[in-house]
Unconditional design. Structure first.
Length: 147
């Protein structure tokens, strides 16, 4: 039970939800990045689900694998930091979802993959909306614990 005069601030549900999604994105990014860097592993069967993506990633060679590992690291940092109420993590999450949504938008135009890419844009926008809602934004304001 909190002492009189001490306020406990409960995080909005959005924070936990976005953190879970970021941790899931970490897993996907790591799995994808490793499969691109080590093409002879058995886990490369995942590419049977999306051959077009594999071909697109292969155009960039090993750089795409390292990029996905970096995205995984950023997603982990953002997810953990948001649970610890770090403002920088909130900014990283906004950037990750913004870049993801923009990438899906570009893919919808360039590759005419309107259904999959369009859904990606919608989902990214939903997460951005949730992150920018007043109660979520306020949760990360006025924090003294940025590092």
């Amino acid at each position: 039970m909190p002492h009189e005069g001490i306020q406990t601030k409960r995080a909005p549900t959005t924070v936990a939800l976005v953190s879970v999604i970021l941790f899931m994105a970490t897993g996907v990014s790591l799995l994808t990045g490793i499969s691109l860097l080590f093409p002879d592993l058995a886990l490369n069967r995942i590419w049977d689900l999306n051959k077009a993506a594999y071909i697109a990633f292969q155009r960039f060679g090993g750089a795409s694998g390292f990029l996905l590992l970096a995205v995984g690291a950023l997603a982990t940092m953002a997810g953990a930091g948001m649970l610890l109420r770090r403002r920088w993590a909130w900014y990283i999450a906004i950037c990750l979802f913004g870049i993801d949504g923009f990438g899906d938008f570009v893919a919808a135009i360039l590759f005419r993959d309107r259904w999959r890419s369009g859904m990606g844009v919608v989902i990214a926008c939903i997460f951005l909306f949730c992150l920018l809602k007043s109660n979520t934004r306020k949760h990360f304001e006025n924090t003294d614990n940025d590092f």
